[in-house]
Design a binder for this molecule. Structure first.
Ligand SMILES: Nc1ncnc2c1ncn2[C@@H]1O[C@H](COP(=O)(O)OP(=O)(O)OP(=O)(O)O)[C@@H](O)[C@H]1O
Ligand SMILES: O=P(O)(O)OC[C@H]1O[C@H](OP(=O)(O)OP(=O)(O)O)[C@H](O)[C@@H]1O
Length: 214
């Protein structure tokens, strides 16, 4: 039986913390893992394959079954609503999604605009608040939007808060606290349950130990 497990890893800021966690849980990650432009890294002796994906795409690979497991921010899960199971809160890459804007301003009463990289999350949030807004999708530098008059508010990730402060913006509401999650393809979870359960147990132990030390 094919016992290979494919794991989709997010490139970028989650990567280092995720790799550290996997190593502590006993994953045999080769040194090239940390400093390579390769997008597929095989560890045949342990029957693992790692694919390196854009963070926002990890759940897509897992949903389609080309990756069995993946590591994705909760923000990605909320935005993408992919049909996958969330197995574990890895408690890494903590940040939160917030509504922000220029200080002491109200949203425009007629057709208020909200700029964001998270159009579904933002639309759902303002719908829930009973506010009709126009969502403007941006791909980065979201904080620019209120500064330059493109939007009344933004919905974006806040981590240290430095980007907001340095651009003279303030937070109005926290929408959701975010950490990275271990996710699994629905079929893989059934077919490869033994290996996956073992991984979840090892990772849970490391997360627990980290929590006790903190
Ligand atoms: N300060 C932060 N800003 C953005 N994402 C953060 C932050 N801190 C933790 N994260 C987590 O990291 C993930 C995004 O990682 P990263 O910024 O590397 O990817 P990206 O948004 O695709 O970046 P880029 O488009 O700039 O390459 C988010 O899904 C979120 O869960
Ligand atoms: O609270 P802070 O620690 O300042 O972090 C928050 C900032 O980091 C992210 O941007 P990123 O660096 O990914 O750049 P981009 O989305 O503008 O490309 C996020 O979109 C915020 O702008």
């Amino acid at each position: 039986m094919n016992n290979l497990l494919t794991i989709a890893m997010p490139k970028g800021r989650i990567f280092t913390e995720a790799a550290e966690l996997l190593r502590k849980a006993g994953f045999p990650l080769p040194p090239e893992f940390d400093d390579s432009r390769k997008l597929i890294i095989d560890v045949p002796e342990a029957q693992f394959r790692f694919i390196l994906a854009k963070p926002m795409d990890v759940a897509t690979y897992v949903e389609h079954g080309v990756a069995d497991l993946g590591i994705a921010g909760k923000d990605v899960m909320l935005e993408e609503e992919r049909d996958v199971y969330e197995l574990l809160d890895l408690k890494i890459s903590a940040c939160y999604l917030a509504v922000a804007g220029l200080p002491n301003t109200k949203m425009n009463e007629v057709a208020p605009k909200v700029a964001t990289k998270y159009p579904h999350v933002a639309a759902a949030y303002f719908r829930q608040q009973g506010e009709q807004v126009e969502i403007i999708k941006l791909n980065g530098s979201i904080e620019l939007a209120p500064l330059i008059g493109l939007a009344d508010r933004i919905v974006d990730i806040v981590s240290t808060g430095r980007t907001l402060v340095e651009n003279g913006l303030v937070e109005y509401e926290v929408i959701e606290h975010i950490t990275s999650r271990l996710i699994v393809n629905r079929v893989s979870y059934r077919v490869k349950d033994e290996r996956i359960t073992e991984i979840v147990e090892k990772l849970s132990e490391v997360i627990k130990q980290k929590g006790e030390l903190a």
